[in-house]
Design a protein around this ligand. Structure first.
Ligand SMILES: [Zn+2]
Ligand SMILES: [Zn+2]
Ligand SMILES: [Zn+2]
Length: 316
């Protein structure tokens, strides 16, 4: 039970609802006045720690616990009012405020309409509310860039090494890596400096490989296309030595563009049939790709799809 020390004058105070001990005996007059000037009502003192006092926020009636030093030297910030302001600003920006940033009081953690969490400056959210900037989910954005690149035979490796936010480092099906502007990717105004675009007409492969991660991290499969799956597996995926990787299957295709077309169709089937097996980019920190990786449970279905491809089209 809470234990409250009342002065005769403050006997009606509702401190009994609080599970804390508060010394409500008459404070120094200057503290009452100081609290009022800061936007609070002086409520009482911590009987166990005489340096701390309780203040009631005049705006929201929330009870605050602050050191007298803070009360003397600055305007204490009411946590309840701050949280309410953050939530209001977030809603006005089309987001949901989730929680305060663990280390930076000028930032917050927000949930975007897509469900992803965003770590943003509070000032940025305020500018979104004013219509000065747009808020964009980086995870969805990178996913859309990866999809765009993939459709053209490229794979998103990551941000450009030059640090230009308009560029991404991409890896071509031929194995060549190159920085390409996102704008050029959209308009398809670029060619591969490695192969000059010849991969599209040259023979290629669909491949299926399995990765066994150490410990209890599980096994995964990747379905992709490459002119040289072995080299792709060994040198281009950026996996560490403690991950076991092996190619389960390779199917030769007459051209890079045919391989790409087929691969795209298969990924569509898998995403639709086995959405729970699609590994999200946030879990792909062990491999240098952001998509095309599935949980091991998808393996039988992928093998069945590949078996259909290898079969002669007898029904025609
Ligand atoms: Zn308040
Ligand atoms: Zn998102
Ligand atoms: Zn190329």
């Amino acid at each position: 039970m809470p234990k409250v020390y009342f002065s005769r004058r403050s006997r009606r105070a509702p401190a009994h609802v609080l599970d804390i001990e508060i010394d409500r005996r008459t404070p120094q007059k200057s503290w009452r006045q100081l609290a009022r000037e800061r936007g609070y009502t002086y409520f009482g003192r911590d009987p166990h720690n005489r340096g701390n006092v309780y203040l009631r926020c005049s705006a929201c009636a929330n009870l605050m616990y602050v050191h007298t030093h803070v009360l003397r030297t600055a305007k204490p910030e009411c946590t309840a009012c701050w949280l309410a302001d953050m939530a209001r600003e977030a809603a006005a920006a089309g987001l949901e405020f989730v929680e305060r940033h663990p280390t930076d009081s000028h930032r917050g953690i927000y949930r975007a309409p897509c469900g992803h969490l965003l770590d943003r400056q509070r000032g940025f959210i305020q500018r979104v509310v004013l219509g000065e900037v747009d808020v964009r989910c980086s995870e969805c954005f990178e996913g859309s860039v990866a999809a765009l690149a993939h459709d053209q035979g490229w794979e998103l490796v990551g941000l450009s090494g030059q640090g230009n936010p308009e560029y991404r480092k991409l890896r071509h099906q031929c194995g060549h890596e190159q920085d390409i502007a996102i704008g050029n990717l959209r308009t398809q105004r670029f060619t591969c400096n490695g192969c000059g675009g010849s991969w599209a007409a040259e023979p290629s492969f669909l491949y299926l490989c399995q990765f066994d991660l150490p410990g209890s991290q599980g096994s995964f499969v990747k379905l992709g296309m490459s002119r040289n799956p072995t080299s792709r597996l060994r040198y281009q995926l950026g996996i560490t030595a403690d991950i076991q990787a092996r190619i389960l299957q390779e199917i030769s295709m007459e051209s890079g563009s045919a391989a790409l077309r087929t691969e795209k169709r298969l990924h569509g089937v898998l995403r639709a049939e086995l959405p729970h097996c699609v590994v999200p980019p946030s879990e792909l920190n062990w491999i240098g790709v952001v998509s095309e990786v599935y949980r091991i449970e998808a393996l039988p279905r992928i093998q069945a799809l590949l078996a259909e491809l290898s079969q002669p089209h007898s029904e025609n």
